[in-house]
Every structure is written in C-alpha cells, then in structure tokens.
Design a protein around this ligand. Structure first.
Ligand SMILES: Nc1ncnc2c1ncn2[C@@H]1O[C@H](COP(=O)(O)OP(=O)(O)OP(=O)(O)O)[C@@H](O)[C@H]1O
Ligand SMILES: [Mg+2]
Length: 259
C-alpha cells in the first residue's frame, strides 16, 4: 500500500471509535422543525434564491475548510470590531453551508453572552442554553437543537448578561466547554459566534482557546482605525481571514480575504 494510503487507512481506523461515539451523542438531540418562511425572512442559506449569495458562502466554506483541514482544526470563532455587522448570520450560514457538504457536520455555539441571537435567526425560544452548561446544570448534548437542517445543530444562549460576560467567557467552565467540544465533537466543525472585539475584553480572553477566528467587516461601515485596533488586540490569535459582509454590490455580497 502506498504510504499516503496507509496513513489515511490508519487515520480512518483511529477515528472510527470517535465517530461512533460522537454519532451516539448527537443521535437524540432535540429537533425543532423551523418553517421555511422563518428561515427565508432571516436569510438562512437553505432558503436563499440568489445563487450568487449561496455561491459566496460556498467559496467561504471552501477556503475555511481547506485551512482547517490542513491544520487539523475544528473550532472556529467568528468576531468583528464592532456590533451588528453580520457575525451571527455569517456563523449560521457558514455552518449550514458546511453541513450541506457530504460527510460533514457543523455546530454553532452562541458565545455572545451579551447579545445572544443564534436562536432568534430560527425564531426559537429555548428553555435552556449555554448559561445552564456554565452553571453546571446541563450537558452539551442536552442543549443542542437541530432546527430541521440535517447535520447541523446549534447550542443556544437564551439570555443577556450585561456586565458579567467578560468574566464568563474567560471562566474555567467556558474553557471546559471548548475542551469538551474538542474531545467529543472532533468530527464536527464547530463555529463559535463571538461578541465584537471592541465591546469588551471577552474575545481577546477567550479566542486563543479556539483554533482560529474569522473577522467579519461590514462594507462601508467598519472603519480602518477600529479594524487596526482590533487586529492589534488579536495579535496572539490565529486569524484565518476576514469576511466582507453587507456589500452594496450584490456580486460582492460576501467576500473573503486571507489576513
Ligand atoms: N449580508 C447581509 N445582507 C443583508 N442583511 C444582513 C446581512 N448580514 C447580516 N444582515 C442583517 O443585519 C442584522 C445584523 O446581523 P447579525 O445579527 O448577524 O450581526 P451581528 O454582528 O451578529 O450583531 P451583534 O453584534 O448584535 O451580535 C440582522 O438583521 C441581519 O439579518
Ligand atoms: Mg450576533
């Protein structure tokens, strides 16, 4: 057997028990079938009719996956300089785009403790969320929700916690979350929807524990000085690239740059 094939076969054998254990963990997660019109009004990729937007997400997916697979990574943060640039929508649509690819599953974890909104994209009102995990009251699989999209799940965060968020993102329990995800969901691409870098010190404290981050920029709104400051603060963090979102030019609705 050629050396490459041999090591691939060895890798597959080594991964097999992990895959089986992982499939068992997510087999019974809660499904909430979110109606198509809800997904459409919130711009979820499975309902978008504009092929150019769908293609932009596919291109982003290809580039992100290439970098992650080359490095053996599976955890990715999505952040920005300031608020409201499209981090949550990018996290969700990138994850769904990944889940549409053969043999891949993706999860979005709502780690924006101040303004959690992953659940609002699906217009669901979870009774439990990340805060219950942080309080030691719930396990990760018990919190996961499948909104009716195969190979995709979300770990919601249901409330807002002004003030305490920085402490919580840097808390040992939060780091345990990342460790647990890396240990038990190694076959998935896990996207962490983060708060903006300049709004608190959450991201700078937490992001080094993730494999890499993407920085979302809003076309015409994110200013160069704030972006420069953001990159300075993240000098120790592995930045995979930047995503230009809400571009006025429909063709460029979303672009991706390597940093
Ligand atoms: N490419 C886009 N085209 C049109 N609208 C968009 C696009 N991206 C995001 N939006 C809209 O902009 C708003 C903000 O998006 P989103 O919640 O994803 O931003 P955010 O950066 O996560 O915000 P926050 O800082 O509050 O977490 C939402 O109403 C979303 O639907
Ligand atoms: Mg958000």
């Amino acid at each position: 057997m050629a050396k490459g094939k041999q090591s691939r076969a060895k890798q597959e054998i080594e991964q097999a028990p992990t895959r089986v254990a992982e499939e068992a963990l997510i087999k019974n997660i809660r499904t909430i079938n979110v109606p198509q019109p809800v997904l459409r009004r919130n711009r979820v990729i499975t309902t978008l009719e504009d092929g150019r937007i769908v293609d932009s997400y596919k291109l982003l997916r290809t580039r992100v996956l290439r970098a992650m697979q080359q490095n053996g990574w599976n955890t990715l943060g999505v952040t920005s300089a300031g608020p409201n640039v499209g981090k949550t929508l990018t996290s969700v649509n990138l994850a769904i785009s990944i889940s549409l690819k053969d043999n891949l599953s993706a999860m979005v974890v709502d780690t924006d403790l101040r303004r959690p909104s992953v659940h609002s994209i699906f217009e669901i009102h979870p009774d439990f969320g990340l805060e219950d995990y942080l309080a030691g009251k719930a396990s990760i699989p018990s919190l996961l929700i499948n909104p009716g999209i195969e190979h995709f799940s979300l770990l919601p965060n249901k409330g807002s916690r002004d003030g305490a968020s920085s402490e919580l993102l840097g808390s040992p329990r939060m780091l345990q979350l990342v460790d647990e995800i890396k240990a038990h969901f190694a076959q998935q691409i896990v996207i962490f929807d983060l708060p903006p870098v300049l709004v608190g010190d959450d991201v700078v404290a937490f992001a080094p524990h993730l494999d890499a981050v993407l920085v979302v920029i809003e076309d015409g709104k994110t200013q160069t000085p704030e972006l420069t400051h953001t990159f300075e603060l993240m000098s120790e963090i592995n930045i995979l690239g930047t995503v230009l979102n809400k571009s006025n030019d429909a063709l460029k609705n979303m672009e991706y740059y390597y940093y």
